[in-house]
Every structure is written in structure tokens, then in C-alpha cells.
Design a protein around this ligand. Structure first.
Ligand code: AP5
Ligand code: MG
Length: 217
């Protein structure tokens, strides 16, 4: 099953992707996570991406497309993948189509998680992530037992650099300008499924499962 998770910053793409990995046993490919890891390790890719990410801007298409092409060719993607945060521009979507054609694969579902802007800001400003295992929390909506430590592995929790209010505003603007046009793009291809992103994490997951499994039969 080959899936794209579309949606603005803070819509819950990462949260839902983790739940989907557990149910469908296919990998999550988060370009944001790959880029953050490269920044942390100070690799050449990380050096290139850092200044864009800090400002809440998109990293240039050619950089991100290369990463995704390489990752999709890994053996764990043979039976499917969940793209989280890619594509994010029309040129990225067109490049993805070419990559998949080369691999003789097609997309099964593009799930667009819809959440209003005020809720997005609330979710992003309260997000905390585990440095070791990547588990996600929210200080109000899904707080960890100890505010500084991960319930799952005991690792330290941190706040993402780009989750400051000013950077969040820029990310939302970039989303409207560059990523929202993908909704129409995938609608025209008949692949788009809208998911109401308001509710508890498990309610939203149930909606995703129903949508995917209804369309698979
Ligand atoms: P990326 O890491 O992809 O960030 P994003 O798209 O801005 O999305 P987020 O990860 O912030 O949100 P999410 O939808 O995953 O929500 P989450 O599940 O965490 O990209 C970061 C940067 O990298 C970009 O700005 C860009 O610079 C660069 N980049 C990445 N991909 C790129 C690309 N393809 N091209 C160019 N540049 C690229 O949830 C958020 C919070 O809400 C959490 O605290 C969570 O616990 C909470 N929450 C989740 N669900 C619920 C719920 N139902 N109710 C209440 N709270 C909830
Ligand atoms: Mg994410």
C-alpha cells in the first residue's frame, strides 16, 4: 500500500503515520525527520537544509527529491510506504510520479488531514518529541507522565526549533502558497481523500483506517 499523508504543519501527519506503521507494517518516510537528523549530524545535506528550516521555509525541491528517491529504493519499501511531508510542491509531486513510474509502482491513497489554523498553532506550540525514539507528546492534549521524559523509553523530550510562534506562522504561509495546491492536483487524479483531523488521535486513526480499508476492497 503506497500512501501520501498531506496536511498543514501540526495536522497530525507524524502522529497518524506512527499508528499506521504499527497497523500496516510499512515504513514512514518523513522528509522532516530525515532533514532534522542530517542537521543534527551536521552532514552536507544538513548544512544545506538548516537555514531554510530555521526560517520555516521549504528546502529546495532538488534536495528533497533526491532524498526520497534514494529512500524509496530501500528494500523495506517494497510492500509499501507512508510518505509524511512529501510531496510539498507541485514539482515534487511531478518528480514523485516519475520516480514511481520508474519503479513500476502507483499511489493508492492521498489522505489530506484537515485542521483549522487556530488548532494547528495550539498543537505546534505544545508539541514535545522524544530525542531517542521519536515518540510525540503534547503538553495539554497528550502529556507525558513526567514533563521532561518519554513514557515509552525514558529518553529526554525536546521542543522543535521551528515550533516558535514566528516560525510557525511562516510555515503556515509556505503551506498555503506551495503545498495547498496539491489538494487540487490529487483531487484531479481521483486519489484525494479528506480526513477530518479534529478529534482524539484514535478517532482520527479510525477515520483513516475506514477510508483505506473501504477503498482497498
Ligand atoms: P516537517 O517535519 O514535515 O513538519 P510539518 O509539515 O511542518 O509538520 P509537523 O511535523 O510540524 O506536523 P505533523 O502534521 O507531523 O503533526 P504532529 O503529528 O507532529 O517539516 C519541517 C521542515 O522541514 C519544513 O518546514 C521544511 O523546512 C523541511 N521540509 C520537510 N519536508 C520537506 C519537503 N518535502 N520539501 C521541502 N522542505 C521540507 O502533531 C503536532 C502536535 O499535535 C503534537 O504535539 C501531537 O501530539 C499533537 N496532536 C496530534 N494529533 C492530535 C489530536 N488529534 N488532537 C490534539 N493534539 C494532537
Ligand atoms: Mg511531522
Amino acid at each position: 500500500m503506497n500512501i501520501i499523508l498531506l496536511g498543514p504543519p501540526g495536522a497530525g501527519k507524524g502522529t497518524q503515520a506512527q499508528l499506521m506503521v504499527a497497523r500496516y507494517h510499512i515504513p514512514q518516510i518523513s522528509t522532516g525527520d530525515i532533514l532534522r537528523e542530517s542537521v543534527r549530524k551536521e552532514t552536507p545535506l544538513g548544512m544545506k537544509a538548516k537555514s531554510y528550516m530555521e526560517k520555516g521555509q521549504l528546502v529546495p525541491d532538488e534536495v528533497v527529491i533526491g532524498i526520497v528517491e534514494e529512500r524509496l529504493n530501500d528494500s523495506d519499501c517494497h510492500s509499501g510506504f507512508i510518505l509524511d511531508g512529501f510531496p510539498r510542491t507541485i514539482p515534487q509531486a511531478e518528480a514523485l510520479q516519475k520516480i514511481l513510474q520508474k519503479m513500476e509502482k502507483t499511489l493508492d491513497h492521498v489522505l489530506n488531514i484537515e485542521v483549522d489554523p487556530e488548532e494547528l498553532v495550539r498543537r505546534l506550540t505544545g508539541r514535545r518529541t522524544c530525542k531517542l525514539c521519536g515518540a510525540m507528546y503534547h503538553v495539554i492534549f497528550s502529556p507525558p507522565k513526567d514533563k521532561d521524559l518519554c513514557d515509552r523509553c525514558g529518553g529526554p523530550l525536546y521542543q522543535r526549533e521551528d515550533d516558535r510562534e514566528e516560525t510557525i506562522r511562516m510555515r503556515l504561509k509556505e503551506y498555503e502558497r506551495q503545498t495547498a495546491p496539491l489538494i487540487q492536483y490529487y483531487q484531479t487524479k481521483g486519489l484525494l481523500r479528506s480526513i477530518d483531523g479534529i478529534g482524539t488521535q484514535s478517532q482520527i486513526f479510525d477515520r483513516i483506517v475506514q477510508t483505506i480499508e473501504r477503498r482497498s476492497f
